[in-house]
Design a protein around this ligand. Structure first.
Ligand code: GLN
Length: 304
């Protein structure tokens, strides 16, 4: 256990010295204001011991990491029916690409690219009476944390510049794979992306995926088989066209967001979250990738 803390401290030292920090996501104006000098890492092990270093108390926009949580909620509500509307194959394309969607008649490659997450958002909008409130309640229960909230400024900022997401939603609609109004689905999607967490809150939320579907309080959210499905999708699709690279360098299921967060996990062992807003060319946190590569190499704990 002390080993985790020692390794995390040395990773943080290395990260703070790094000059290869990438660039913050500028296409969402509100995210462009964050400094790329930040770095934080938190690890929660299966026995609920916590280890952290760096800027771990600061909250950041989780962006695409939210796609895992909406998927979990949708699977809990409609189970295997999800897969009638979205596939489970890696796309090999950036998160916001549209060409495959057209070629494949409006069935997104997987739920972790934008088009797939919009279909999942549509499912939740259909299933829930008050989608945004009920989704927020779901996360609060999962994380056992009442303080988690949306950032309306970030949601609005993305709406103003969300041209590609509008294009994706309209394309899905034209293929009959979006049942609700485009504006309503996008409003839900921009809000889910605007959720703010710190690294520790992210670990608390994802604990159920290392613990066979049970959150820290012991409530069951998903079956063991559903957890297997989500973790396998994170491994093959969690980093878009860099999923192979992440598996190669880190060897864990995980999910990134353009806010600079990454969450990754080793089932039955630990869950880890990093935050550093500078992104590499594929839109994944540059220092986060480096940190997690060191973590699994130095602990010898990856799924491989
Ligand atoms: N909200 C962002 C978008 O739709 C999420 C992308 C990401 O985090 N990769 O562009």
């Amino acid at each position: 256990m002390a080993e985790f803390q020692r390794i995390i401290n040395s990773i943080t030292k290395r990260a703070n010295k790094s000059t290869d920090r990438g660039n913050v996501a500028a296409y969402i104006p509100e995210l462009a204001c964050v400094s790329n000098q930040k770095f934080g890492i938190h690890l929660l092990d299966i026995k609920k011991s916590n280890f952290s270093a760096g800027d771990v108390d600061e909250q950041f926009s989780i962006q695409s990491i939210s796609k895992v949580i909406t998927l979990a909620m949708a699977m809990g509500l409609i189970g295997e029916q999800v897969w009638q509307r979205v596939d489970v194959e890696p796309s090999g394309d950036p998160f916001n690409h549209l060409s495959l969607l057209e070629q494949e008649n409006g069935i997104p490659r997987n739920p972790l690219i934008n088009a797939g997450a919009l279909v999942i958002a549509d499912i939740l909008v259909s299933q829930l009476k008050n989608p945004k409130d009920e989704f927020l309640d779901y996360i609060k229960k999962l994380a056992d944390d009442e303080t988690i909230s949306f950032n309306p400024k970030v949601a609005k900022s993305e709406k103003i510049t969300g041209f590609r997401n509008y294009a994706a939603a309209n394309l899905l609609k034209s293929y009959g794979n979006l049942k609700n109004d485009v504006e309503v689905v996008l409003d839900f999607y921009f809000h889910q992306c605007s959720l703010e967490f710190n690294c520790k809150q992210l670990c608390n939320t994802f604990y159920f995926l290392i613990n066979r579907g049970e959150c820290q309080r012991g409530n069951t959210f998903l079956t063991i088989s559903q957890v297997k499905r989500i973790n396998s999708l994170m491994l093959t699709c969690g980093f878009y066209d860099e999923a192979g690279e992440f598996a190669f360098r880190v060897g864990l299921p995980g999910k990134s967001g353009v806010g600079g967060g990454i969450v990754a996990l080793l089932p039955n062992e630990y869950c880890v979250a990093t935050w550093s807003p500078g992104l590499n060319k594929k839109g994944n946190s540059a220092l986060g990738m480096m940190a997690l590569e060191h973590l699994t190499t130095e602990t010898g704990l990856s799924i491989f």
